[in-house]
Design a binder for this molecule. Structure first.
Ligand code: PGA
Length: 256
């Protein structure tokens, strides 16, 4: 990974997005299975459990390479927002990152770019690392709109982030047609889009070569190495294959 032109010092970043899976006991079992398998890793390994298992995963992972991310947060510090959780509540648990703008939240829970324009800077201000998800639908890709859709999402969601803070944002390119479908973008498709995303970030005046850009969408042990071998792809956001510690450890290994 070092020595690639343009790759700079970006540390590989592998994130396990469990979505609405695992009780506290199941989360504990996963971490006990994962830690010995990744003991030697030098990558950033991030586990994103549901809110109910955050504390357990933080405590079990102390002293290891694993850092913990939430799957969502509200942009306000506190207030009358039933069912929501703020950045400071996550920080108080020693959660270090937060997934924002996942397509499932955009689609099923009405998460808008307007909300993300507030959430991303709120996360940064609280000291959380946002993992901002962007991606096009199959219709948009077929219509040749992939770049237009991504550029609109990025410009809106990052509008209120200071250029000097942009390198603290991790961006996950997740084509909607590849999530949970078993259809993975080809390494060429994923790399082309990652390079495009980096150009959009560069236009914001940021140190774009420091921004980690992940690919997500049906990443598995069998396809991880070729995706992660691409110089523009700095890691993966893994859903289904992250539920099993051996599979997720194999994906972490594939980034070596
Ligand atoms: P998948 O999910 O790996 O199951 O396709 C990826 C994601 O939604 O982040």
């Amino acid at each position: 990974m070092t020595g690639e032109p343009g790759r700079g010092a970006r540390t590989s970043y592998l994130a396990a997005n469990w979505k609405m899976h695992k009780t506290v006991a199941e989360a504990a079992e996963f971490i006990d299975g994962l830690l010995p398998r990744i003991a030697a890793t030098r990558h950033d390994v991030v586990v994103c459990p549901p809110f109910t298992a955050l504390s357990e995963v933080v405590e079990r992972s102390r002293g290891s390479a694993v850092r913990v991310a939430a799957q969502n947060m509200h942009e306000a510090e506190s207030g009358a927002f039933t069912g929501e959780v703020s950045a400071s509540m996550l920080v108080a648990l020693d959660v270090e990152a937060v997934v924002l703008g996942h397509s499932e939240r955009r689609r099923h829970f009405g998460e808008t770019d307007e909300a993300l324009a507030r959430k991303v800077p709120a996360a940064v201000a609280a000291g959380l690392e946002p993992i901002l998800c962007v991606g096009e639908s199959e219709e948009a890709r077929d219509a040749g709109q992939t770049e237009a859709v991504l550029e609109a999402q990025l410009q809106a969601d990052l509008a209120e982030v200071e250029p000097t803070d942009l390198a603290r944002v991790v961006i996950a390119y997740e084509p909607i047609w590849a999530i949970g479908t078993g259809r993975t973008a080809t390494p060429e498709q994923a790399e082309e889009v990652a390079a495009f995303i980096r150009d959009v970030v560069r236009q914001r005046g940021a140190a774009a070569d420091d921004v980690r850009i992940l690919y997500g969408g049906s990443v598995k042990p069998a396809n991880a190495a070729e995706l992660l071998g691409r110089p523009e792809i700095d890691g993966a956001l893994v859903g289904g294959a992250s539920l099993d510690p051996a599979d997720f450890a194999a994906i972490v290994e594939a980034a070596a």
